[in-house]
Design a protein around this ligand. Sequence first.
Ligand code: PMP
Length: 290
Amino acid sequence: MPTTVWLDGQWLDRDSAAVSVFDHGLLYGDGVFEGIRVYGGAAFRLQEHLERLYDSAQAIWLTIPMPIGEMTALTEEAVRRSGLDDAYIRHIITRGVGDLGLDPRKCPAPTVIIIVDGIRLWPAEVYERGLRVVTAGTPIPHREALSPRVKSLNYLPHILAKIEGIHAGADEVLMLDSGGSVAEGSGQNLFVVKKGILRTPPASAGILKGVTRDVVLELARDAGLPAEEVPLNRYDVYTADEAFFSGTAAEIVYIREVDGRVIGSGNAGTVTRDLARRFQQLVRPAAPRR
Ligand code: PMP
C-alpha cells in the first residue's frame, strides 16, 4: 500500500519521511495526534477529528501553525495524493525540534505530520468470533494529571495495558480508571447492552471521547434505542447481554468474553449487529449489506 506523508511542507514517501532525534515529540512525547478513517476516498468525520486535534493542542499550550480550514484542505489533498479509497490518516503535531532539555521554549516551531496509510487491528476471524478481553492492571492516567481527553503522544499506560493483554493471550484489554470504574479499551470506547438499554461510560469518566462513540450514540438515537452515558463497573460488563468496542480503527467489534466470563450468548447480539449494520451503511453505503 503506498504511503503518503506530509512533513513540514514537503510531500514524502514512507522511506524518506523522517524526523529529527531532537524533536520533542520523540524525546518527551510532547505533542498530540489524531486518527481518521478514509471511506470511499473521503475522510470520515474530518471536522470532528480536527476539532479534537486542535482542542488537544490548545490544552497543552501548543499552537498548530495553520488554521483548521487549511489543515482540512491539506488533509484532503493528502488523501487525494495517496489515491487510496479505504485508508487511515494520522495527524501528529509535536512541540518541534529543540535541545535535550525539556524546556519547550527551545522549540521554535511545531512539527506537523500527516500520514495516509492502511490500518488493521485484528484479523477478520477475530471480528467474526468476537474479542477475548481481559482487564488490565494498568489504569488510565488520572484525569487531573493528564486529561485523557487530550489525545497526546503519551500512550504508555495504554500500551502497557495492551502488553498485559498480549501476555494473557487476549485480543484486547479493558482499562479501568484509578478508582476502579470501567474506562475504555487500549484504543476504543466500550459499550454494553442490558435489557435493551445501551450504556457507555460518560466523557467525565476520564475516557477519550471517541468520534466513533458519538456516531454510535447517534445511530442508537436513529434506531430508537435507549442509550445512557453512565459510570460502569466490571460487574456491569460481566453481566451484560452484549458488549462491544467502538473506534476509528476498530469500527464496531463485539466482545465475546471478558476475564473468562462469556458475555450473553457469546455471539454478536441483536443490538450490536443492528448498530454495526447501520454503521457500515453510513460509512460504506455502496457496499453489499452483511
Ligand atoms: N479511546 C482511546 C484511548 C483511543 O486512543 C481511541 C482511538 N482514537 C478511542 C478511545 C476511540 O476514539 P475514536 O472513535 O475517535 O477513534
